[in-house]
Design a protein around this ligand. Structure first.
Ligand code: ADP
Length: 373
């Protein structure tokens, strides 16, 4: 928008008419004081400012405006009937003006100038936008780099923990073998095996991440019995976590078309998290049903729960709830992989949770989608 400031009403009207004829949006002020008020309220691309006005003259107005952050980008053209001496023109430029036109105004010249200022303004606006986008992109890189570094340090730590345990059990085994103590040997072997399993699943998750990144996560889809899969999973989970009771409600009662191992991985991730993030509790509910060729599976715990903000991010790569990240071990990639698996089965993954009261993770997927997603 252009602001014309002139104390002579005829000048205001005639300038306004010409500019509006060329589709410029125009506002007017009949004194320096009124102009300052308007500049505070509105954004102008250009101000055409009469120099000789009672009260504040044009130079004073320009000086005051140059102090407003809002008008930083605003161009000023002075209009002056007299004072064409060089020192006045110089004063105009030094008080923030970008151009100086003497009256009587040649409308063609003024229009050319207005159009040029508009073009410059548009270009500088675009440049500013580009600069902003570039800065944001740089920040986003930087942020990705920081997350990667943090992830490498957590991953190394997570891998080192079971590895150190295995090393310890192997040393103990050596001693027990020397003593010929078979019971203890069996116990240590069992414990080493649990730690090796942990190591294996951590490495498998890391490999999955790199497969997802490179688009190489492949699925081997065929019909399988979900009810049988659930029975097996519940039995295995119960063996390694006997303190938890998993209450299963419902049946699929039909075959599901999908990658059995990958769907199992999602369910194990839900159950493992439900146990990990629910200290002091001993029950988990697993609900399953199939309706209208759609499978619904949910795992509900009564653990620490999550705030709405945390729920929004929980399927993001590397996301871990900050306030509990020290208390519970993890890499923050299990749910990201799970969501990728469900998406690639044409389904949806989600969570309902209340902070301090527990969480319910669920997925919905078609039971017979045969096309590759
Ligand atoms: P990890 O558990 O290895 O950190 P996940 O991707 O499985 O990674 O989970 C991401 C984050 O979501 C966890 O760090 C935790 O903060 C939160 N979370 C996952 N499951 C639950 C749950 N059942 N209850 C509360 N918070 C959970």
């Amino acid at each position: 928008m252009i602001l014309i400031v002139d104390d002579t009403p005829e000048n205001l009207i005639s300038l306004k008419k010409v500019l509006e004829k060329y589709d410029f949006e125009v506002d007017t002020a009949s004194s320096g004081e009124e102009a300052l008020k308007k500049v505070l309220k509105n954004s102008y691309v250009l101000i055409i400012l009469d120099v000789q006005m009672p009260g504040m003259d044009g130079f004073e107005v320009a000086e005051a405006i140059s102090g407003y952050s809002k008008a930083k980008e605003t161009a000023i053209i002075f209009l002056s009937a007299a004072n064409t001496e060089f020192k006045f023109i110089a004063k105009g430029y030094s008080s923030g003006g970008l151009d100086y036109i003497t009256k009587p105004v040649d409308m063609n010249i003024l229009l050319l100038k207005v159009q040029t200022f508009y073009r410059i303004y548009e270009q500088s606006r675009k440049l500013n936008e580009m600069q902003k986008t570039l800065l944001e992109e740089i920040e986003f890189r930087k942020e990705a780099e920081r997350k990667k570094d943090e992830f490498i340090s957590i991953a190394s730590h997570e891998l080192k923990t079971p590895l150190t345990s295995v090393k310890g059990y192997v040393q103990l085994l050596e001693r027990s073998i020397n003593k010929g103590d078979t019971d203890t040997i069996r116990k240590h072997l069992g414990k080493a095996q649990v730690q090796l399993e942990k190591l294996n699943s951590l490495i498998a998750d890391l490999l999955d991440i790199s497969k997802i990144e490179s688009g190489k996560l492949k699925f081997n889809k065929q019909d399988f019995s979900l009810d049988q899969l659930l029975d097996n999973v519940i039995e295995v989970m119960h063996q390694s976590n006997p303190e938890f009771k998993i209450n299963k409600k419902g049946y699929a009662k039909c075959d599901i078309y999908g990658d059995e191992m990958r769907i199992e991985q999602v369910i194990i991730n839900f159950l493992t998290n439900a146990m990990k993030y629910s200290p002091g509790t001993d029950e988990i509910n697993l609900t399953v049903n199939v309706k209208d060729n759609e499978l619904y599976l949910a795992v509900k715990d009564s653990g620490i729960g999550m705030s709405p903000e945390q729920q929004k991010n929980v399927f993001e790569k590397f996301y871990r709830v900050e306030e509990t990240s020290q208390r519970f071990q993890g890499l923050g990639i299990g749910l990201y992989i799970a969501s990728e698996i469900i998406k690639r089965h044409g389904g949806q993954i989600g969570v309902n949770s209340s902070y301090g009261e527990g969480s319910e993770f669920y997925f919905i997927m078609p039971t017979n989608l045969s096309t590759e997603v």
